[in-house]
Design a protein around this ligand. Structure first.
Ligand SMILES: O=C(O)CCC(=O)C(=O)O
Length: 254
């Protein structure tokens, strides 16, 4: 199944997100996760992985790529299933804006505070919120290990003001407190291989990992071609033509 179903499209418009169960099969997720774990744990050991602090002083790990190469990461970001969902969610021709791994290690992975992704993409020269992300759970994501949380339908608020706190860009407190009273707070627990498809203006966060399991997620973000940044602030996100590949192509890459 490529793209959003009619029901998913309605839910996405109303809630700002949908969960697609089993976007990747168990074999696919194991292939991708095992490769990533081995490679990125080695990079971590050599100090090449970015770490972000939270309010409690815990750190969460982040790896970003600037281009979608013909490696497993770049091929999954351009997999026709991902592109189909993103095209339907944005409703316009799209390109890959960024792809990254967020890694919460057992016991030590820190929290992400409430934010909208468009809250910082705006500062990187994107004018319109024609942007969204797909988060693929590589490990079972639970409340205990810091699964994503969303405030349902907050994409309808438009872009809220954000401030820089520690290493993160977080939504301002006053509007956050009001939103927390009015919108439903959902813990998005997922099995490995499930995907959360969510709007760039949806408020989301995650807790620290208090368990002995990994909580890694691969996040691909897409932007409308017509909304490419008007200035170059970051190495990633600048327009690059989308070269979609058949489902599962990443499995052939080493
Ligand atoms: O991995 C997470 O828990 C959240 C990541 C996130 O919100 C982000 O990268 O903007």
């Amino acid at each position: 199944m490529l793209g959003l179903t009619a029901q998913e499209a309605k839910d996405y418009a109303r809630d700002g997100y949908i969960i697609r169960k089993g976007l990747l099969s168990q074999d696919e997720v194991a292939d991708f996760r095992d490769h990533a774990r081995k490679q990125l744990e080695a990079e971590k050991a050599s100090g090449a992985i970015m770490s972000k602090g939270d309010k409690e002083g815990k750190t969460t790990l982040l790896k970003m790529w600037t281009k979608a190469e013909d490696d497993k990461y770049g091929l999954l970001a351009r997999d026709e299933r991902m592109v189909g969902l993103a095209e339907d969610a944005v409703g316009k021709p799209i390109y890959l804006y960024s792809h990254k791994m967020t890694m919460k290690q057992p016991h030590e992975g820190g929290a992400w505070e409430w934010h909208q992704d468009f809250g910082y993409w705006y500062n990187y020269g994107c004018l319109a919120p024609d942007m969204m992300s797909i988060y693929i759970a590589l490990d079972k994501a639970t409340r205990e290990n810091g699964c994503l949380q969303v405030l349902k339908a907050t994409h309808k608020l438009g872009r809220l003001n954000h401030i820089r706190e520690n290493d993160q860009t977080n939504v301002e407190q006053e509007h956050l407190e009001a939103a927390l009273k009015r919108f439903e707070h959902i813990y998005v627990e997922m099995e490995a291989g499930d995907a959360l498809v969510f709007d760039g203006n949806l408020l989301h966060r995650s807790d620290a990992n208090r368990s002995d399991t990994y909580r890694w997620g691969y996040i691909c973000s897409y932007n409308a071609v017509e909304n490419a940044p008007f200035k170059k602030v970051r190495e990633y996100g600048n327009f690059d033509e989308m070269k979609k590949v058949p489902a599962g192509s990443f499995r052939k890459a080493s």
